[in-house]
Design a binder for this molecule. Structure first.
Ligand SMILES: [Zn+2]
Ligand SMILES: [Zn+2]
Length: 186
């Protein structure tokens, strides 16, 4: 059996198989209405480059978008699992994501009306790529320091071994740098 993968680009060059697109075409025709979206995509690990992470499963985004006149209010949840290095020992650590997400969209023809409101996403094409909002939500809700274990002992600053797995003879614990200098003189 041959599997042929055909990449489909929309006019703005977005690869549809990779990004999370919600189609607001139907909502655009009504002034007040709600539409539900459920998207499940294998997102590119490149999106997590800045945190040295990768996705361990497809990302599921479930949203309802409510149109209230000019604004489209999106509300829902993001579910996925990522892997990032432990803050102390750099061991890959699983980090489940189950976040609420909400953002507001409006057609770019109304951009003037919302000048100064920087959290509105403006669109011209009703097929809106929400991947940036999803990634931003993941980053904003992540703790600064993810640990493999609350008691992670980290890496030895002297020889670099993982102190959770091994011991070394480096005398680095709690040595005052001034005392260390004295020791060198003796
Ligand atoms: Zn660790
Ligand atoms: Zn050491």
């Amino acid at each position: 059996m041959t599997i042929i993968y055909i990449a489909v680009y929309n006019y703005s060059g977005i690869l549809r198989g990779v990004n999370m697109i919600i189609d607001l075409k139907n909502l655009k025709l009504r002034v007040k209405d709600v539409e539900a979206y459920s998207l499940e995509k294998i997102l590119s690990n490149k999106l997590l480059d800045t945190i040295y992470g990768r996705f361990l499963k497809p990302t599921l985004v479930q949203l309802t978008v409510e149109r209230t006149g000019k604004l489209y209010l999106a509300n829902g949840r993001i579910n996925t699992i990522i892997e990032v290095p432990c803050y102390r020992c750099l061991t890959n650590t699983t980090f489940p994501i189950d976040n609420g997400i909400n953002f507001t969209l409006a057609e770019s023809i109304h951009e003037e009306d919302y000048r100064g409101e920087d959290d509105i996403i403006f669109f011209t094409n009703p097929e809106v790529d929400i991947t940036p909002s999803v990634i931003e939500n993941i980053f904003v809700n992540m703790p600064m320091r993810i640990l493999c274990d609350d008691n992670c002992r980290g890496l030895c600053p002297e020889c670099g071994i993982n102190k959770n797995l091994d011991t070394c003879n480096c005398k680095t614990d709690n040595i005052d740098p001034r005392l260390a200098k004295l020791k060198d003189l003796l």
